[in-house]
Design a protein around this ligand. Structure first.
Ligand SMILES: NC(=O)c1ccc[n+]([C@@H]2O[C@H](COP(=O)([O-])OP(=O)(O)OC[C@H]3O[C@@H](n4cnc5c(N)ncnc54)[C@H](O)[C@@H]3O)[C@@H](O)[C@H]2O)c1
Length: 377
């Protein structure tokens, strides 16, 4: 309805295509769309306790009005929930609810719930359906779209998982009203990433409207979420399983960021999105250092991230280790192949590309220089 200016982005993947419905308050209007996807009027909602306290009752009311009976499973919040132990607990709880293969599970939460529930849906009874209702900015612009699902193990993050696309994504920007501002900023880093990859015009828009978006201004928020989903949908359509290299561009900032997260033990000290912000600064910093990227573009990016309250330097996360140690963490990355690691570098804002021949010694030496100098970024 135009009154609400709801938007739909379609992810085109043959018989696995689906819609991302975006809007302020759109969840309350989504009962019929959810009901239309169910084989029988029954579903199980999986969420975490933080999200449940704010948004479970609202979703349950929407389902009840649409004539859908439902059960719910509430898991603990936090990255530790993406574990084998919670996967087992979740799968067994779903079986206890007598979920059938043609049934649909609803993931209500951030990237942790989305990744875990998506993986459970991929393997339960050899694959059942799921709907994503992302409740963090990061999940609305990134993790709920594209079908990557996973859990973590002591060996690393997201090493056990599957590609399994949802049947529908409902991105209700109003759900973000309860999200802590630090989590909002972390999600924003993934939005900036899309501008940096191939959309200088979008970066320009973010430079002007990013603070409105972060303040929760609904038009700016809906625009930022929609533009991000459009870009992610296009890349996923082109390269669903990350085989041609197009999807790998979405890893901009992630190889560096992942190393910082690994050094800090993947906890609350550095949120994933904060690591991505520093990672983007490092990817652009390195690109400028080797003469690929104009210094002007690097300075624009750094100024933008700093103005919006995002970290840009490893020392801001308390990291003082050697470059070699960070490179060692990078080598645990699942993108590693044949002993080398592709890096997403940039020839400027909106001009990222996949570099497969970067010498790790050069990355290590650059990181040593940055870490030695708090003013280098
Ligand atoms: N599958 C993908 O393509 C993909 C992409 C990027 C990130 N990820 C994964 O996403 C995860 C991070 O996701 P995240 O940043 O959403 O973290 P998260 O799911 O842990 O959520 C962050 C915190 O916010 C709380 N929360 C969520 N929604 C809320 C709301 N509306 N109001 C109040 N509190 C709320 C949660 O309980 C949690 O404490 C990581 O595990 C990462 O690996 C996956």
């Amino acid at each position: 309805m135009t009154r609400h200016a709801d938007q739909t982005v379609r992810v085109e993947l043959a018989n696995r295509s689906y819609d991302i419905s975006i809007g302020d308050g759109i969840l309350a209007r989504s009962g019929p769309a959810i009901a239309a996807l169910l084989r029988r009027p029954f579903t199980v909602i999986v969420t975490d306790s933080n999200v449940a306290s704010h948004h479970l009752a609202g979703l349950e009311a929407v389902l009840a009005t649409a004539g859908i009976t439902h059960e719910h499973i509430i898991l603990p919040p936090g990255e530790h929930t993406k574990s084998f132990a919670h996967l087992e607990q979740l799968c067994r709880a779903l079986l206890a609810h007598e979920l059938e293969r043609s049934d649909t599970i609803i993931a209500l939460g951030g990237g942790v719930i989305g990744d875990l529930v998506g993986f459970a849906a991929a393997i339960l009874k050899r694959g059942c359906n799921f709907i994503q209702i992302p409740t963090t900015l990061l999940a609305q612009v990134d993790s709920s779209v594209g079908g990557k699902t996973a859990i973590d193990t002591p060996e690393g993050k997201n090493l056990i998982g599957a590609f399994h696309q949802p049947s529908l994504v409902i991105a209700d920007t109003r759900l973000l009203e309860t999200l802590p501002s630090r989590q909002m900023r972390a999600g924003y880093a993934e939005i900036v990433k899309y501008g940096l990859i191939d959309s200088p015009g979008f970066f320009e828009w973010l430079d002007q409207h990013g603070s409105d978006l972060l303040a929760g201004e609904s038009t700016a928020l809906a625009h930022g979420v929609r533009e991000s989903c459009l870009r992610k949908a296009a890349i996923v359509t082109e390269d669903e399983r990350e085989t041609t290299g197009a999807r790998a561009l979405l890893n901009l900032g992630h190889t560096f960021g992942h190393a910082l997260e690994a050094e800090l033990g993947f906890g609350e000290t550095l949120l994933h999105g904060e690591a991505v912000a520093i990672g983007c600064a490092l990817a652009f910093g390195y690109s400028a250092h080797v003469g690929l990227c104009p210094n002007h573009d690097l300075q624009r990016l750094l100024a933008h991230l700093k103005r919006l309250g995002l970290p840009v330097h490893p020392r801001q996360a308390g990291i003082t280790c050697s470059g070699a140690r960070l490179v060692h963490h990078m080598m645990q990355d699942k993108k590693r192949s044949g002993g080398t690691l592709p890096f997403v570098l940039a020839r400027g804002i909106g001009a990222a590309y996949l570099a497969k021949d970067v010498a790790l010694e050069s990355i290590s030496a650059y990181l040593d220089q940055v870490i030695a100098s708090p003013v280098m970024l």
